[in-house]
Design a protein around this ligand. Structure first.
Ligand SMILES: Nc1ncnc2c1ncn2[C@@H]1O[C@H](COP(=O)(O)OP(=O)(O)OP(=O)(O)O)[C@@H](O)[C@H]1O
Ligand SMILES: [Mg+2]
Length: 508
């Protein structure tokens, strides 16, 4: 039986079709993948199903019946639940309160029967073979993976039969990804239907039963996963061949050992309850990409925070020098003066203003750049021209500089963050998860841009949770575990298995 069927569904925003004539079927009790480039319309299609953006034309059938879903509450009543690309939990409330919000079993008229709610949640957890116990923790104290489990438990508590997950693994560690998929498989065995949006074609191939491919709002086709390959899906998505590893030229630097380091960090130690750093030392020379590998929570985030905002860490000990100058007291402004650029870990928290348009966002922090202002006056046409060239270089969609950022797809927002960070290209770059949420075609372009910067002699420190990405781009890789650098690998010795072993706490 089909749990869901899209029949010629279109969704128009003013005169733009985010979905057009989209048709596909999802069998009950399966995991169904949804793939496509950034802006292809995946999230929009799922928001149509969940009643956030009902279709403007066409219809959606639920268990064979036409159901014009008008709102998320209506969708939930029909047994459809959604975990969004960016989570929507209230972070100061406890897990339990978040789950029962809007669904409280009531005793009398006033009292919330939390005990009853807790009991039924514990039953859900044990009947699906899941594990969870942090019911009274505030959401803010949970890891991203745990928060996601709470989102899923919330759907199960609401008795959802169809679970929509929009890029659930983009921010998870490899361990958390494995756990998530074990849980999803169990839910599927219990008869639930799961819709999964992902840019990670490997996991789509491993865990789904069938896959629908979208391109520019339309459906390209639906294939059985066992008949699909990474190349086939990528070709269907992008409409051309895509290479999965960096193919371009890597310029060899003549005598790197004679070059002076641009950055020196020596014996950096930071006391912290959550993520301490101990005795971290490294150098960064012009023309190299140094990869930082490690399972999340082993000091990398703390290092990035320190490097980009050292004045916030008065108790840090050790040295942080750029071109021989002490940076311990520096803030972001001083770092920018030292020609340091940043691609931040969380684009929504640190990088972007969603209520502003692309032009305002592109200008953030660059208002005083002499290219863009003269005698205190903004040269608007110059900004627009520069931005338009970036839009075409990175294939950012929509292409209109006045597009509101909040209405752009996640991957396209990320492309703007990269374009901005490389304009003008800084001499030193802290780069965190540059391709998170970005489609295969755009990953290729971002990787090319980073290696191009390296070839121009920039010094790049690359933080990534994708080991493949680090191996592809780095000249050296430093592996973090327990707040220290446990091993360093040179490019000629890269071996994912050996690096993975150190990441897990083993020896090199
Ligand atoms: N509320 C809205 N108003 C106007 N346009 C919108 C709105 N929501 C989405 N769009 C546009 O619809 C298109 C599809 O966006 P959608 O978020 O569905 O893409 P996506 O496939 O999920 O991409 P990504 O992989 O980057 O998340 C984009 O061009 C986007 O700008
Ligand atoms: Mg999306």
């Amino acid at each position: 039986m089909n749990a869901i069927e899209f029949k010629n569904v279109s969704r128009r925003f003013e005169d733009f079709y985010a979905n057009r004539n989209l048709s596909f079927e999802v069998k009950a009790g399966t995991i169904h993948g949804l793939v496509g480039e950034n802006g292809a319309g995946k999230s929009t299609a799922m928001k149509a199903l969940f009643g956030i953006h009902p279709p403007t034309e066409g219809e959606i059938l639920i268990r064979g019946k036409t159901s014009s879903i008008k709102s998320p509450i209506h969708a939930m009543r029909l047994g459809i639940g959604m975990v969004h690309q960016h989570f929507m939990l209230a972070s100061s409330e406890t897990v339990l309160d978040n789950i029962i919000l809007g669904h409280e079993p009531r005793r009398g008229l006033i009292f919330l029967d939390r005990k009853k709610a807790l009991k039924s949640l514990q039953e859900i957890v044990s009947s699906y073979g899941l594990s969870f116990h942090k019911w009274e923790f505030p959401i803010a104290k949970l890891s991203v993976g745990e928060q996601q489990r709470v989102e899923i438990l919330k759907l199960l508590y609401q008795k959802s039969e169809v679970l929509i997950l929009d890029e659930p693994t983009a921010v998870l560690t490899p361990q958390e990804v494995r756990e998530l998929f074990q849980n999803l498989k169990r839910l599927k065995e219990e008869g639930k239907t799961i819709l999964l949006i992902s840019h990670k074609l490997k996991e789509v191939l491993e865990f789904t039963d069938s896959v629908t491919v979208m391109r520019r709002g339309e459906g390209v086709g639906t294939v059985k996963t066992k008949e699909a390959t990474e190349d086939l899906l990528a070709r269907m998505m992008v409409g051309r061949e895509v290479s999965f590893t960096y193919q371009g030229e890597r310029k060899m630097i003549a005598h790197p050992e004679h070059l002076k380091p641009l950055v020196r960090v020596e014996r950096l130690t930071i006391e912290s309850q959550t993520e301490p750093l101990r005795d971290v030392s490294f150098e960064l020379k012009p023309g190299e990409i140094v990869g930082i590998a490690g399972v999340q929570g082993n000091g990398q985030t703390e290092l990035l925070k320190y490097l980009s905002h050292p004045d916030r860490f008065p108790k840090a000990s050790g040295e942080y020098m750029i071109r021989g100058k002490h940076m311990q007291m520096a803030g972001p402004l001083e770092l920018r003066r030292q020609k340091v650029g940043l691609i931040p870990e969380d684009r929504l928290e640190e990088g972007l203003l969603l209520r502003q348009d692309m032009r305002e966002n592109f200008l953030l922090g660059q208002h005083h750049d002499p290219r863009y202002s003269e005698y205190g006056m903004l040269k608007r046409s110059r900004v627009t021209a520069e931005l338009e060239s970036k839009i075409s270089e990175y294939d950012i969609r929509p292409t209109n500089p006045s597009a509101l950022l909040g209405k752009m797809s996640g991957g396209n927002q990320q492309k703007l963050v990269i374009a901005r960070a490389l304009d003008p290209s800084p001499e030193i770059l802290w780069v965190a998860h540059p391709t998170r949420g970005v489609d295969v075609g755009a990953i290729e372009k971002i990787h090319e841009a980073l290696v191009r910067e390296r070839n121009l002699g920039r010094a790049i420190l690359l933080f990534s949770s994708e080991l493949d990405e680090l191996i592809d781009l780095s000249d050296r890789i430093l592996v973090f575990f327990g707040g220290s650098i446990k091993a360093e690998f040179q490019r000629r010795d890269f071996d994912p298995w050996k690096i993975g072993k150190v990441m897990g706490g083993g020896s090199a």
